[in-house]
Ligand binder design. Structure first.
Ligand code: HEM
Ligand SMILES: *[C@@H]1O[C@H](CO)[C@@H](O)[C@H](O)[C@H]1NC(C)=O
Ligand SMILES: *[C@@H]1O[C@H](CO)[C@@H](O)[C@H](O)[C@H]1NC(C)=O
Ligand SMILES: *[C@@H]1O[C@H](CO)[C@@H](O)[C@H](O)[C@H]1NC(C)=O
Ligand SMILES: *[C@@H]1O[C@H](CO)[C@@H](O)[C@H](O)[C@H]1NC(C)=O
Length: 322
């Protein structure tokens, strides 16, 4: 016993101090076990209290993690002031920065200068899904924070709401993900909201046809037209991405797609291809299959372009480089 309790942290330290500079250290499941044992507890309670105050916050944190990872890797760059925050998909849209700041402040008290902002965001996204009734998955940790954030990279690399499925799929595969991950991770739209401007082109004059998008269920169409009247001042009003259960993480998102009730054009487009439609059908029927695959795809996404070892830094303030 005594032997082990000495040996394990020693090996860990040896890895950190000696091996990391030599070989590139990889993410691992015990990364903060000795340096910040209460990490998960602190993140979970921060996410929980934020969700108690604002039930949409779970969705916002999940999306923030996606936007972190898809722009030059999971490196906390979306959290830096300036840069990516100003890109089109984030400006007046990305939320949850204060929640990450609060969790970071608590962690700086418990284990100063130890936990990266991008690991905090990665864990927060998992807790958000779990606390919304969704699956839980284990995450290897040890990501480090990047030093730069680029507005133009965010504009180019994040998928757009009216981009065709083939283009969105290409963005996913360019990150090392697979076409299947587009279907699985789009299931995140089982929680949260979208502003009218992201789907309004479907409601009145779709593609210059003078008609609404034919791939939009007529009763949902009527309700969306009243939420988003055809005037500019409705652009920031909100509609649930999953009109049947917008705060519960479940598989109803996929059932809605079968009914032409996907909110975004990019959601409904998953039904326009044989392979993706077959996956949608499977996830609509088997909630457990969706839960399992979602966790696996989230782990993959959380591994995109990570900085480890001596690369990057552990930011003290998530909004600023040290
Ligand atoms: C497949 C391509 C995707 C597109 C085109 C897309 C697009 C969008 C858009 C336009 C919104 C609404 C933003 C607003 O109105 O301010 C949104 C919200 C959201 N997205 Fe996605 N998204 C995609 C994939 C993902 C992925 C992979 C995740 C996470 C794994 C995700 C999670 C979310 C969540 C949770 C929300 C709701 C956020 C909130 O209520 O604050 N999305 N998405
Ligand atoms: C609670 O949520 C609202 C937004 O819904 C936000 O403006 C406010 O700052 C939050 N309060 C706390 C204590 O987090
Ligand atoms: C889709 O990708 C093609 C090829 O990369 C590009 O030419 C086209 O502009 C893209 N379409 C949209 C709507 O982004
Ligand atoms: C989808 O449509 C079917 C048949 O029209 C209906 O029974 C079902 O309730 C609808 N599901 C949702 C989630 O709206
Ligand atoms: C959906 O499930 C069926 C069996 O239940 C399987 O044959 C099919 O390959 C699955 N579709 C996809 C795209 O994985």
């Amino acid at each position: 016993m005594e032997h082990n309790s000495f040996k394990v942290p020693f090996v860990h330290l040896l890895c950190l101090l000696l091996l990391c500079p030599l070989v590139s250290c990889q993410l691992n499941y015990k990364f903060y076990d000795y340096t910040c044992p209460d990490l998960t507890k602190i993140v979970r309670s921060g996410v929980w209290s934020a969700m108690t105050n604002d039930s949409r916050m779970a969705a916002s944190l999940l999306r923030l993690h996606f936007h972190d990872c898809f722009v030059n890797g999971c490196d906390g760059s979306v959290l830096l002031d300036g840069g990516e925050k100003n890109a089109f998909p984030n400006r007046n849209s990305a939320r949850g920065f204060e929640v990450i700041d609060d969790i970071k402040a608590n962690l700086e008290r418990a284990c100063p200068a130890t936990v990266s902002c991008t690991d905090i965001l990665t864990l927060a996204a998992r807790e958000a899904v779990y606390l919304s009734g969704g699956p839980y998955w284990f995450l290897p940790l040890g990501r480090r924070d990047g030093l730069t954030a680029s507005e133009s990279d965010a504009n180019e690399q994040l998928p757009g709401f009216s981009e065709p499925l083939v283009n969105i799929t290409a963005k996913f595969t360019s990150k090392g993900l697979e076409p299947k991950d587009v279907v699985v991770l789009s299931g995140a739209h089982t929680i949260g909201f979208a502003q009218c401007f992201t789907f309004k082109s479907r409601l009145f004059d779709f593609g210059g046809s003078g008609e609404p998008d034919p791939l939009l269920d007529t009763s949902l169409l009527t309700s969306l037209q009243s939420t988003c009247p055809n005037q500019d001042d409705s652009d920031s009003k909100l509609a649930p991405l999953d009109s049947s259960s917008s705060s519960k993480f479940d598989n109803l998102y996929y059932k809605l797609l079968l009914n032409n009730s996907g909110l975004l054009q990019s959601d409904q487009a998953l039904m326009g291809d044989k392979t993706t439609a077959s996956l949608v059908l499977n996830y609509s029927k088997f909630p457990y299959l969706f839960s399992k695959d979602f966790g696996a795809s989230m782990v993959k996404m959380a591994n995109i372009g990570v900085l480890t070892g001596q690369n990057g830094e552990i930011r003290k303030n998530c909004r600023l480089v040290n």
